[in-house]
Design a protein around this ligand. Structure first.
Ligand SMILES: NC(=O)c1ccc[n+]([C@@H]2O[C@H](COP(=O)([O-])OP(=O)(O)OC[C@H]3O[C@@H](n4cnc5c(N)ncnc54)[C@H](O)[C@@H]3O)[C@@H](O)[C@H]2O)c1
Ligand SMILES: [Zn+2]
Length: 362
């Protein structure tokens, strides 16, 4: 087992990574401070893993909420189902919420924990690659609104993260690939050596080789933890974690939540961001090609949906949170491993990126 620390002063917490951690009560119970626990999972994950987590909570008053599965249920209604269960079972301010599932369950549960009785403890037990390398770490929680993704939320750090690599054995391959998009992201924004490693080893990761998975999780979480430690509330540098996301969120919203997986939209979005960076002369054509090639190699989409026009992209990107004072800010690349946040780019180049469609120069 590997353990990393997210260094946030009195909000610091450990991330445990390895196989067979799910039922390990020694990892879990030190982070449960009262005697009440509410496990939140969904109808897909609960039949697979709930019993193990419940067993690890023996000795505590343990209740369970099972949410419907899917991004379309990442809503305030789902948060309210958790509040209903907490209030009916008389959970008090010392309760601990445990999120058992992917990023959707983690984001909903974290937001419920941030707001129930003005904030209670929570623990992340992520079970998808995406949630293990990204969403369970860093304290961003929230739900979608009909007018925009992740528009309702809060910063609320977990007490600990327990990432059991064995849970990935039951994850559909399409979901594994989608999670890989966020992994590629770390290489592109801040870790060129990891990008090299991924080019060499992506097949092992997709084959769910334990060692390759542990390394992937460790290196990804280390990168994320370092960025978050510098800028917990995203007043600056943390925004580099959104490489490809402004484009990606536009795709997700256009296509309806859940039709394109988040990681798929991010993959196409990262290729668009790289394409724009190449048009601006900020990244070499060869490095842009490498980024595109890795996305292709893991069979993620490198192109946005054909029907999305430049006008549609602009309309959707204008509501994105990254728009400050009317200027669209994007995460772009000045080489592999060097992300910059900029609103200082030629909008003509952006239009060309939108319009390029199947002829992206990347
Ligand atoms: N908070 C953050 O910082 C942050 C960062 C990145 C993404 N996100 C959010 O994360 C969400 C995407 O997360 P996701 O990709 O994990 O999606 P998800 O939670 O929808 O999980 C994907 C699918 O896999 C199923 N599943 C989960 N674990 C499984 C397992 N071990 N075996 C079999 N099936 C399993 C789920 O039930 C679901 O059907 C998005 O809503 C995105 O906005 C948040
Ligand atoms: Zn993401």
């Amino acid at each position: 087992m590997q353990t990393l620390e997210v260094d946030l002063g009195d909000r610091s917490y450990p991330i445990h990574i390895g196989p067979g951690l799910l039922g390990n009560e020694d990892l879990l119970t030190p982070h449960i401070h009262g005697n009440q626990v509410m496990i939140v999972s969904n109808e897909t994950v609960a039949p697979l893993y709930l019993e193990q987590v419940k067993a690890a909570c023996e000795g505590f008053k343990c209740d369970v909420v099972i949410l419907p599965d899917g991004e379309s249920f990442k809503t305030l209604e789902s948060v309210n189902l958790i509040f209903d269960a907490l209030l009916k079972a008389r959970h008090n301010r010392t309760t601990t919420l445990i999120a058992l599932g992917g990023g959707v369950v983690g984001d909903i549960t974290g937001f419920a924990a941030a707001s129930y009785q003005r904030g209670v403890n929570f623990i992340q037990i992520p079970t998808t690659l995406l949630s293990q390398v990204d969403s369970s770490v860093g304290g961003k929680t929230g739900v979608n609104h009909a007018l925009g993704k992740n528009m309702i939320g809060a910063f609320h750090q977990p007490q600990c993260v327990i990432a059991d690599t064995e849970t990935l054995n039951t994850l559909p391959i399409r979901e594994l690939r989608a999670g890989f998009a966020e992994v590629i992201k770390y290489g592109l924004i801040c870790d060129p050596d990891f990008f090299d490693w991924l080019e060499q080893n992506y097949k092992l990761v997709l084959a769910r080789d334990t060692e390759a998975l542990i390394y992937t999780l460790e290196r990804s979480c280390k990168n994320k933890a370092q960025v978050v430690a510098q800028d917990e509330r995203e007043s600056g540098i943390r925004a580099i974690l959104n490489l490809g996301h402004t484009f990606g969120h536009a795709i997700e919203t256009d296509q309806g939540y859940g039709n394109w997986l988040h990681g798929e939209a991010v993959a196409a979005g990262m290729v668009m961001a790289t394409d724009l960076s190449a048009r601006l002369g900020w990244i070499s054509a060869a490095d842009a090609q490498r980024s595109r090639a890795l996305v292709d190699a893991v069979e993620l989409p490198a192109l946005p949906p054909k029907e999305m026009t430049p006008e549609r992209f602009m309309e959707l990107m204008a509501v994105d949170k990254k728009v400050l004072d009317g200027a669209l800010r994007l995460v772009l690349l000045k080489g592999i491993g060097n992300a910059v946040i900029s609103s200082d780019f030629d909008t003509q180049a952006l239009t060309e990126t939108f319009a390029a469609g199947s002829q992206l120069c990347a």
